[in-house]
Design a protein around this ligand. Structure first.
Ligand code: ATP
Ligand code: MG
Length: 469
């Protein structure tokens, strides 16, 4: 039995996976009222693609999943005319994936979505006699046929095969896609009647905006124009800004929904929703930390939700290791226990990082964690880094250290191409990672930071990203 079961939970409340398109995902969603509204409104725009951008681990995927699910529910409760059905999974593009393979993947998933969600709708026991789209969907002869044992996985096995004209796999592909397309046209007889919401997530995997742009442009006519599909593009800082510059896509793309960090004041709601979801009604539960400690940790991990949850989990595990007698019960004990852990864990992180990161690179991080840069910078800031440190190295050497920090996982980078079409990628922005935050806080506690400007940690409650509250 894991600690959370012992503490009264049915599952780990700090699981760092994204919220999914389901009742549970929707209940766990906290804060972000405005961004959710904007994203939802975008989903309803026929023939247009919703774009969501934000730093890693902030909650992009969760926002999109929950927006799509709530739109689905709105149709079922007759609060909307458009039927939007969240796809069962999100899609990723990566170098080497052909557009043909990607198309097949999408239609496989769409077919499976229509099958699975139909089951869900039936389980909800809605009576929707007047709904044409719902009738078309739930009473489609194909659905009745495939629900009984159509082997979608069998099609999936053919995914790896290169499409060869006229071979049997190629024929099956097109045949299958045609069937799904006509099914979609049946359920969604016009562009305005809705669609299956398909998300292309983590566009930053393509590494440069030009690569992302080219790949997406190639899919425009075959996928993004398909009646019965609604599209969402989702990516980390920078990549979508580059994609929106595409002349071929421009008219299809809605203005970016830019995600800021969840407000620290919403953390109470995040925790409460997880307790409500994972503690059976009326049952007792225990946690060694509350909102106060979560807020403190949130600050240390630079307002990164994923980092927060995984570190909260690490703290809980540490408490278990101490033994039942030592677990903190009073608010005061929780506070001091948490402080002990935070000091020990960040110092341990620092000790480990120390052996990897070179002395000059640490000084670059010291300036990055100062009150001016607040954890993010661009190549234009290299001269600032030089003049606000005691470093006597050239900007080129700073650049070398910076790329090593990216490779080592202390900085994350967003990329763009240097000149249109050259295909060469250049980093446009660097952000400190959770790993860097934990190590640097340990360095600060060890009083080893070395820069002209004091570390951001000096100023207590001051925000690194500055815009979380
Ligand atoms: N509004 C929210 N309320 C409660 N929890 C949330 C919310 N948004 C995100 N989370 C939680 O935060 C974590 C990170 O969310 P998510 O995976 O959606 O972020 P992301 O921006 O898509 O990350 P990445 O850039 O790595 O893809 C997840 O564990 C998720 O459950
Ligand atoms: Mg994501």
């Amino acid at each position: 039995m894991d600690q959370y079961t012992n503490w009264g939970f049915t599952q780990n409340p700090f699981q760092p996976s994204p919220l999914v398109s389901s009742e549970s995902g929707s209940r766990l969603f906290a804060g972000r009222v405005e961004e959710l509204n904007t994203a939802s409104r975008s989903l309803y725009r026929q023939g247009k693609i919703t774009c969501v951008e934000g730093a890693y681990g902030l909650g992009k995927t969760s926002l999109v999943n929950v927006a799509a699910y709530r739109a689905f529910k709105k149709y079922l409760s007759k609060d909307s005319q458009q039927l939007l059905i969240p796809a069962r999974e999100s899609f990723q593009l990566h170098a080497g994936l052909t557009s043909e393979d990607f198309r097949l993947k999408v239609y496989l998933s769409v077919a499976q979505t229509l099958i699975e969600r139909a089951g869900e709708v039936r389980d909800m026991s809605f009576s929707m006699e007047n709904s044409d789209a719902l009738n078309a969907w739930l009473n489609d002869p194909l659905l009745a046929h495939v629900e009984g044992g159509f082997n979608i996985a069998g099609w999936g096995l053919k995914l790896g095969k290169p499409p060869v004209a006229n071979d049997s796999a190629g024929f099956e592909r097109e045949g299958f896609i045609n069937v799904v397309q006509s099914w979609l046209q049946n359920i969604f007889p016009s562009y305005g009647s809705g669609g299956v919401v398909c998300v292309i997530d983590n566009l930053e995997i393509l590494e440069s905006a030009s690569a992302a742009r080219k790949t997406l442009e190639a899919l425009r006519d075959t996928l993004f124009n398909q009646q019965g599909l609604r599209w969402v593009f989702c990516g980390a800082s920078g990549i979508l800004t580059g994609v929106t510059a595409s002349a071929r896509l421009q008219d299809y793309l809605l203005p970016l929904v830019e995600l800021k960090p969840l407000a620290a004041d919403d953390l109470g709601d995040v925790l409460e929703a997880r307790i409500n979801e994972y503690v059976p009604a009326g049952k007792e539960f225990y946690l060694p930390l509350g909102t106060t400690q979560l807020k403190n940790l949130y600050w240390v991990v630079n307002y990164n939700l994923r980092g927060l949850l995984s570190q909260a989990d690490a703290y809980c595990e540490w408490i278990v290791g101490l033994g039942d007698q030592k677990r903190p019960v009073s608010e005061e004990d929780k506070d001091s226990m948490f402080d002990n852990w935070l000091q020990a864990t960040t110092k341990r992180n620092y000790d480990k990082a120390r052996t990897q990161v070179e002395k000059d690179a640490w000084e670059i991080l010291d300036v990055t964690f100062g009150s001016a840069l607040k954890g993010s910078f661009t190549a234009a800031n290299f001269s600032y880094i030089k003049s606000n440190s005691f470093l006597t190295i050239s900007q080129e050497t700073i650049a070398k250290h910076v790329s090593k920090l990216v490779t080592q996982g202390y900085l994350s980078a967003s990329f763009d191409e240097d000149t249109i079409g050259s295909g060469k990628k250049i980093a446009t922005r660097y952000d400190v990672t959770t790993k860097a935050c934990l190590a640097h806080y340990g360095r600060y506690l060890s009083k080893e930071t070395h820069a002209i400007e004091p570390a951001i940690w000096e100023s207590g409650g001051r925000l690194l990203r500055g815009n979380a509250e």
